[in-house]
Design a protein around this ligand. Structure first.
Ligand SMILES: Nc1ncnc2c1ncn2[C@@H]1O[C@H](COP(=O)(O)OP(=O)(O)OP(=O)(O)O)[C@@H](O)[C@H]1O
Length: 520
């Protein structure tokens, strides 16, 4: 099963491109999935993706195709990720945020505000019995450091991994919405009614320095705040999508942005929005959605970057090439099990580990300029997208802590939805032993896998071992160079020593000096 959906998105020509080449573009559409690009040598190359969005595409069409299925999945416990990738100035941030997160026309709204609305909307309309907790955090990877955009004092957060949460950012500030019925009860505006007054006062005592907006029940609020307090985390409760967007907007204002010749407001960091939706019904489900607005790849001669901006560009390009290496390794790894995937080579690839190679439905949006002046960068973005289309993984529902969801006689299996449907049909017609046999066959064939199996633990162990081997190999390289330098120093010293000895011998054999020595 292929897991990474890849779309191409061409923004409208900008003023500079128009003044350089008029209205000409290097792209010709074939159908909704294919197009032809003319490279710098006027050679034509055809690409086929899951969807192509041309210059006049509407933001809501992009949301519907790219994000809506993922948002629906996340609410039902299937992890999702949306990544915008492309050259600097190609429209990644515009696609993600729109022209302005809080203040823009409805039709111009980007993916992020639509996703926030979508999540709150689905939760609000869902089954009364369902209980959802929505959490939201926001970090940027700037110069290889993970910074909390809700709290800039946390500027070197660690990325960790656990069986429960997968990859996560440890100690990050979270916006939280907890609701017993998914129905926010109070609008923002500063007028508090009991129990909100009590909650606000208590929360301020327990967690100094945070803003309490709304949380539905005293129990839920105190429980979450108390838990967060114990875990040493910060918490910002929010009641609805409008408040969540306000939080996000203040986080966006904290992003590292710089001015280059290619983009007046160029992102100098990779920005990662992390949503977690926990649902407590009969079984506990939790889905994680990450939206990633990558910093753009840059050519220093085009951006005119110098000094700090150039240093930022080098770090950005390095992490993007680490991302390329992971994609390359993953396209091979789907056929060769145990192949080392270099996730730990950069913070970006580590944070994207689950999105690229794990249990996540991922869509990669390749943002491009349609101008002939950027044809070579556009081509390289599209080639990256093409490679990513070949990554295979398995997206699975995250059922946690409920024995009922486990298959008979087996440990908690992670399954593709279609496999589960087939098994369910089989259960109605076949003996339970035969269904179990079928499940074992599915595992053996790699159709779905058992996270507790020896094989999976072995893969994790091999990952850790190969990362240790790589760092040891690096250390050996450094030491070999050092030994070489010391050898050279030693040879130079030996030569000097020899030359000095020769000088002394020559001096001793000189008649004039030997007379002085004797006289002395
Ligand atoms: N679909 C679009 N419609 C109108 N304007 C757009 C569109 N996409 C991008 N733009 C404009 O193009 C410029 C560059 O876009 P944006 O900042 O989103 O690029 P980027 O890929 O995020 O660049 P960087 O990597 O440097 O941050 C902005 O002024 C933005 O408003």
């Amino acid at each position: 099963m292929r897991n990474i959906r890849v779309c191409a998105l061409f923004r409208p020509l900008n003023e500079k491109e128009k003044s350089d080449h008029g209205d000409s573009v290097c792209i010709t559409g074939v159908d909704s999935e294919s197009f032809i690009i003319k490279d710098e040598k006027q050679e034509e190359i055809e690409f086929c993706f899951d969807r192509v969005f041309h210059q006049r595409s509407k933001q809501d069409d992009i949301y519907e195709f790219v994000a809506l299925p993922i948002v629906r999945g996340v609410v039902n416990g299937v992890n999702g990720a949306i990544i915008t990738y492309g050259q600097t100035g190609a429209g990644k941030t515009y696609t993600m945020e729109g022209p302005n997160l809080l203040d823009c026309e409805e039709k111009e709204k980007g993916l992020l505000p639509r996703v926030v609305d979508g999540i709150f909307d689905i939760v609000k309309r869902s089954d009364d019995m369902a209980k959802y907790i929505i959490k939201l955090s926001m970090v940027e990877i700037y110069m290889e450091r993970v910074r909390d955009l809700f709290d800039l004092s946390k500027d070197h957060l660690q990325i960790k991994e656990s069986r429960e949460q997968g990859i996560f950012v440890s100690g990050v500030t979270e916006c939280l919405s907890a609701s017993a019925d998914g129905e926010p009860k109070r609008e923002a505006g500063g007028i508090c009614l009991w129990p909100e007054i009590g909650i606000s006062i208590l929360a301020a005592i327990f967690v100094p320095g945070i803003t309490i907006s709304y949380a539905p029940t005293l129990d839920d609020t105190l429980f979450s705040i108390w838990n967060a307090r114990i875990a040493g985390k910060s918490l910002i409760p929010v009641s609805d999508s409008a408040q969540a967007l306000h939080c996000l907007s203040s986080g966006i204002a904290n992003r590292a942005v710089g001015h280059t010749q290619m983009n007046m407001a160029s992102s100098r960091s990779h920005c990662v929005y992390i949503f977690s939706i926990q649902q407590e019904m009969k079984e506990k489900r939790s889905g994680k959605l990450i939206l990633v607005d990558l910093a753009g790849s840059e050519k220093a001669d085009k951006t005119g970057a110098v000094g700090r901006v150039l240093e930022e560009a080098k770090t950005i390009n390095k992490s993007l090439s680490a991302l390329g290496n992971v994609i390359n390794a993953l396209t091979c790894a789907s056929t060769i099990r145990g192949n080392h995937i270099p996730y730990r080579d950069s913070k970006l690839t580590r944070i994207l580990q689950d999105a690229l190679g794990g249990d996540t439905h991922t869509t990669l949006l390749c943002c491009c300029s349609p101008s002939p002046s950027n044809a070579s960068e556009t081509l390289s973005t599209l080639r990256f997208g093409s490679r990513a289309r070949h990554v295979k993984a398995s997206a699975l529902e995250n059922f946690k802590g409920n024995e009922d969801t486990k298959s008979p006689g087996s440990v908690a299996l992670i399954k593709d939805e279609s496999c589960e449907r087939i098994l369910e049909k089989m259960r109605q017609r076949m003996k339970i032993e035969d269904v179990q046999l079928l499940e074992q066959l599915f595992i053996l064939e790699g159709i779905f896998f058992n996270p507790n199996s020896i094989e999976e633990s072995k893969a994790a162990y091999e990952d850790a071992v190969s990362s240790t081997i790589s760092s040891l190999q690096e250390a050996v390289k450094v030491l070999t160079i050092k030994v070489e330098e010391l050898k050279n120093d030693k040879e130079a010293l030996a030569k000097e020593n020899k030359a000095l000895k020769n000088q002394i011998i020559a001096a001793q054999s000189s008649p004039f000096l030997s007379r002085i020595c004797r006289w002395k």
